[in-house]
Design a protein around this ligand. Structure first.
Ligand SMILES: C[S@@+](CC[C@H](N)C(=O)[O-])C[C@H]1O[C@@H](n2cnc3c(N)ncnc32)[C@H](O)[C@@H]1O
Length: 221
């Protein structure tokens, strides 16, 4: 079946000129916004679940309906796999039973990552699958690499994998990773053949869009 998902349209011809300044600002001014109470509660519940499992952690940040969380749980049967999304609607859709080593959590990642960091979490693998691109140049600060939470997200460490259908997002993320950590991420084209990890991946691939994968090994700092 041919899907018609439009490619990302942006008024940016390449990486944003203000990126390095924004990342510098995030490094100089750690985020102080108070943590929402419901995220605190949901994190506490996740932390109890995780502590019981006594297994290395896989984070699926921005998991949407949790299809990828389920797949990752099967791929990493000896890990605890936590999918996080702020959309109750998406998390509530029925995509079959969750494997015993998977958990879905409703939370804003800006708060969740900070709580995870404070709690000493150190994911072995961290997936950021098809984050919202916010392609307008004026929306740089809403992309994860333009956000003040970036240093915390990277400080969690582990093998970080980002996937996107917008090559500039991936390029910018790699530049931001290098600026914060000194690490050079690897970027490759992704060519799934029906083995889609997420619904967005399926939608983009089936409409013929190029997909990109960035991968980098980060220390827990
Ligand atoms: C484009 S969708 C991709 C979903 C899924 N990873 C996939 O590929 O099918 C982006 C997801 O990120 C979630 N998201 C965006 N900002 C978030 C935030 N600050 N905290 C938690 N989830 C967020 C949205 O609710 C949405 O489900």
């Amino acid at each position: 079946m041919q899907h018609n998902s439009r490619s990302v349209v942006s008024n940016q011809p390449g990486p944003h000129q203000d990126l390095a300044r924004r990342v510098g600002r995030a490094l100089a001014h750690p985020l102080r916004k108070p943590i929402a109470e419901h995220t605190q509660r949901n994190f506490a519940h996740a932390a109890e679940w995780f502590a019981r499992r006594q297994a290395p952690l896989v984070l699926d940040s921005g998991c949407g309906v949790g299809v990828s969380t389920r797949q990752l749980a099967l791929q990493f049967p000896s890990h605890a796999v936590i999918g996080v999304d702020r959309s109750e609607d998406r998390l509530g859709r029925d995509h079959g039973e969750l494997p015993a080593n998977a958990l879905l959590v409703r939370a804003d990642l800006v708060d969740f990552w900070r709580l995870a960091y404070q709690a000493g979490w150190a994911p072995e693998y961290h997936y950021l699958l098809y984050p919202n691109p916010y392609p307008k140049a004026g929306h740089l600060k809403m992309r994860w690499h333009g956000h003040a939470v970036l240093p915390t997200l990277l400080a969690l460490g582990g093998r970080l994998e980002l996937r996107s259908n917008w090559s500039i997002y991936v390029e910018e993320f790699a530049l931001a990773v290098a600026q914060v950590t000194g690490k050079q991420a690897t970027t490759t084209a992704l060519a799934p053949k029906g083995d889609y990890l997420t619904p967005f991946e399926a939608k983009y691939a089936q409409s013929g869009q190029a997909l990109w994968r960035l991968s980098v090994d980060l220390p827990r700092t």
